[in-house]
Write a protein that binds this ligand. Sequence first.
Ligand SMILES: [Zn+2]
Length: 206
Amino acid sequence: MEFSSKLLEKAVNEMSQLPGIGKRTALRLVLHLLKQPQERTGFLTEALMNMRHQIRFCESCHNISDEKICEICAQPSRNHQTICVVEDVRDVMAIENTGQFKGIYHVLGGKISPIEGVGPSQLTITSLVEKVKSGKVSEIIFALSSTIEGDTTNFYIYKQIADSSILVSTIARGIAVGDELEYADEVTLGRSILHRIPFENNYKNS
Ligand SMILES: [Zn+2]
């Protein structure tokens, strides 16, 4: 791609670093910004910089949060003994949208994936196991995508908490095998949580 301006080229190159944005799309977005009043670009860069500098992770569930403890963990009306284990903030948002879950979450920050070089120590598994061992938890619900990586992660965690007396369940497979959780429709996902099944049954049958 030949550019008539180095400044334009640099902006397009930076924009095209984003996932799913090729050079052509990057150019279209940058040209769009150029047509807008200057302050629009200011609002965009300010929002991005503020997010990058000020955002935190909840000290309890590791979800993205503005405060030390996120809004969900801070709600006394929620059942703090039931923890739904998810991969990231998108899954929390998807499950919250169903309105069917009144417990709290534990955000792992990814799935175990040897191919992508993600090991258990890069996820928040230790903190989850500690929560279980503290005796304040009565149920863990695995709500990871039903992919090999999701199953591996579930099983890895299950092995570490299997000797505790808590209930370990997994969301019902209304979620198709291989589906990412965030793409499931709200009704399917809501039902999957309500009709969750004991984790042990799940892996014995598979
Ligand atoms: Zn939280």
